[in-house]
Design a protein around this ligand. Structure first.
Ligand SMILES: Cc1cc2nc3c(=O)[nH]c(=O)nc-3n(C[C@H](O)[C@H](O)[C@H](O)COP(=O)(O)OP(=O)(O)OC[C@H]3O[C@@H](n4cnc5c(N)ncnc54)[C@H](O)[C@@H]3O)c2cc1C
Length: 290
């Protein structure tokens, strides 16, 4: 199928993009098009105006500053994956990205597009949520920062206002010696995951876990923070029994019902195993120089 007719705008500045958005009744932002174009071809979206951001070089950047890896919304996922500064600052970003679709899709897909699309099965929203990242929106009245925990509101729904654009995603830098891992289970490599898990672990001089971050995709209507598991882990010795117990506890966080892909019970089973495996992998990286 082909999309219904629309007006096409290719602004060359962010200011112009915001003005076009503010002046249009019914517009959509086109970033990498990997999710939007199929939606338009199926006529699930029939916008009057498509605002293509591909010429906005000002949204195409990656820099590490103020303890954050700051990524412009139009930065291609593959560019971030291959960026050595981002790898040194937070290797969880690359590990997460290698689980997103296929390289061809990551060549076109942007970081901002994946986050604004807000698919609860997607990996990047889970990374931002787990890491307590911050998103920046810009509209006619200026810029505002939105914690990831407040950005993702429901399936395909964010707290962006209709006249706002997502302009930046910021992910905290990992502490020296902090362990990290992202694992997921998908029926075929490159498919959306049945479930996926992101984790970071810090261990103190006393040998106990001093800080744990744990989040998951595919189990809820938004990227899920597994805070009960984080609490269980903190202050404990990092043993195989503890990681298995965290996996069992994580099962309660699955809120989606049976669907055409799988059952709730199977998702819970997969999640428990992934939490266990992800924590074990993160633990092998604790204290390893980067
Ligand atoms: C075969 C296939 C498999 C895939 N598998 C996966 C997968 O396993 N995991 C995964 O995470 N993704 C997957 N994807 C999706 C892919 O990662 C997309 O790149 C991503 O979801 C959207 O990024 P995009 O840049 O292409 O955005 P677009 O498709 O251009 O836009 C997506 C949505 O975000 C909005 N938007 C984009 N940028 C902005 C902005 N700056 N401000 C406000 N709104 C904006 C658009 O209006 C649209 O609603 C898959 C896609 C395909 C085609």
């Amino acid at each position: 199928m082909k999309p219904s007719s629309f007006r096409y705008a290719v602004p060359t500045t962010l200011r112009a993009a915001i003005d076009i958005r503010a002046g249009a009744e019914d517009s959509v932002i086109l970033a990498g098009g990997q999710s939007l174009i199929p939606t338009m071809n199926f006529r699930l979206a029939n916008p009057e105006v498509v605002i293509d951001l591909r010429k906005l070089d000002e949204l195409n950047y990656l820099r590490v500053s103020g303890g954050m890896v700051r990524i412009g919304a139009m930065t291609r996922q593959r560019v971030v994956e291959e960026n050595t500064e981002a790898l040194a600052a937070n290797p969880l970003i690359r590990e997460t990205l290698t689980n997103v679709a296929h390289p061809a899709i990551r060549n076109r897909g942007t970081v901002g597009g994946s986050l604004a699309h807000a698919d609860p099965s997607a990996e990047l929203p889970t990374l931002l949520t787990t890491m307590r990242g911050v998103l920046t929106a810009q509209g006619p009245s200026g810029r505002r920062s939105i914690p990831a925990s407040e950005f993702f509101e429901f399936i395909f729904t964010t707290s962006l206002e209709p006249d706002e654009l997502l302009v930046e995603a910021a992910v905290p830098v990992l502490e020296p010696g902090e362990g990290w891992a992202f694992t997921e289970f998908a029926r075929r490599h490159g498919d959306y995951a049945v479930a996926g898990v992101a984790a970071t672990l810090r261990v103190g001089p006393d040998g106990l876990i001093s800080h744990a971050r744990l989040g998951a995709c595919g189990i809820s209507t938004v990227p899920a923070l597994l805070t009960d598991c984080e609490d269980l882990l903190t202050g404990q010795a990092p043993t195989a029994e503890l990681f298995a117990a965290a996996g069992r506890l994580a099962r309660d966080a699955v809120t989606v019902s049976d669907d055409s892909a799988t059952t709730k019970a199977y998702r819970q089973h997969v999640l428990a195993g992934l939490v266990d495996r992800t924590l074990k992998t993160a633990m092998t990286r604790v204290g390893v120089p980067r």
